[in-house]
Design a protein. Structure first.
Length: 343
């Protein structure tokens, strides 16, 4: 994120009231990693995972007429642009759907709608919608995934983290922008995405140059997911900002969205001790932790402290790639992530 003022934690949706996942409430262990007194005093326990019900929704896959009835003979009320998110109200046997969008209600052909799963709420209380459990991506294990967005300050810093992760069998998720990849290739002749994969790390897309994708059309947002950006089946929208147009773009390029459910806000606090404290104390089994390559969580020392702190709480980090059977030596990770990450 780095150069912008928007908070990465906003995920573009409103906070909702926390509830239990069914009847199970996930609580943190009482033991936490040692941290400076100031940090400990200001860090609330923010890692209760919840699920909230929400109306079923759909996204228009073409410019689509909203009509007064369920068929083309009925009067058109308006035209919904491609990528418009609509609330699904009712369905007719002929496949037409009654939908609500803004203050308008009418009927559209279901043939031009992509249905979205019900909304879930991540650990910080922000709504996330998508084809997968977005805040955990393909991690279906109980291990914690540390993810780092944007761009490292230097190649030496990047290599130091890769060397440490490889030596300690840690599988990080790296999400560089296309501009970052181009910069390192131009200055050092190095493809940092390929370099990370060679060490068994996971690499996902983070757009070409980190714009908020929401104001863009579906096609323009999709272009940001190609170009010099990482080629993969998973990506993270800048700022975690998601709307119908963004979802349309990811669907158009065949890419799943992977956000996070623990935000260290490392770019705001600019403190290794506080970043480590937040990563350790906010994480729970299966968490995805957000940090950035240009800030203080991206170092062997910080990652080592996070690993130790999580270990004190009975949590482990995702492991580097050793094949789908997760056995043997660390090998280069695939460009396209498996449906279940072998953490």
């Amino acid at each position: 994120m780095g150069r912008t003022m928007l908070s990465e934690r906003l995920l573009s949706f409103r906070p909702v009231a926390a509830v239990a996942r069914g009847t199970v409430l996930l609580l943190l262990a009482t033991q936490a990693v040692a941290a400076p007194a100031a940090a400990a005093a200001t860090e609330p326990n923010a890692s209760v995972a919840v699920v909230a019900a929400a109306p079923a929704t759909g996204i228009t896959t073409a410019n689509l007429k909203l009509r007064t009835g369920a068929g083309t003979t009925y009067r058109a009320i308006t035209t919904l642009p491609k990528g418009t998110r609509v609330k699904l109200v009712a369905k007719k046997a002929n496949g037409w759907r009654k939908v609500a969008v803004g203050t308008s209600t009418g009927w559209v052909s279901g043939s031009y709608l992509t249905l979205s799963p019900k909304a879930t709420t991540n650990a910080l209380g922000y709504v996330s919608r998508g084809l997968t459990f977005r805040d955990k991506g393909p991690n279906k294990s109980s291990r914690v995934v540390l993810t780092f967005d944007d761009c490292p300050k230097t190649l030496a810093a990047f290599d130091a983290v890769l060397k440490y992760a490889h030596a300690n069998n840690i599988g990080l998720v790296i999400a560089p922008t296309g501009a970052c990849i181009s910069s390192f290739r131009s200055r050092h002749g190095v493809n940092i995405a390929a370099r990370a994969r060679a060490k068994g790390q996971w690499v996902i897309n983070h757009s070409v140059d980190h714009p908020d994708l929401r104001p863009l059309s579906c096609a323009a947002a999709a272009a940001q997911l190609k170009g010099t950006g990482v080629r993969s089946n998973y990506g993270r929208p800048p700022y975690g900002a998601i709307d119908g147009s963004v979802e349309c773009a990811y669907a158009a390029v065949g890419m799943n969205i992977w956000t996070w459910n623990v935000d260290t806000e490392d770019w705001r606090v600019k403190s290794r001790a506080l970043t480590v404290s937040r990563a350790v104390n906010r994480a729970s089994a299966g968490s995805t932790v957000l940090m950035h390559m240009q800030w203080h969580g991206f170092s062997p020392e910080a990652i080592g402290q996070i690993k130790a702190g999580l270990g004190q709480r009975g949590l482990k980090l995702c492991r580097a790639y050793r094949g789908t059977d997760n056995a043997g030596a660390i090998i280069p990770s695939p460009r396209y992530l498996p449906s279940s990450l072998p953490c």
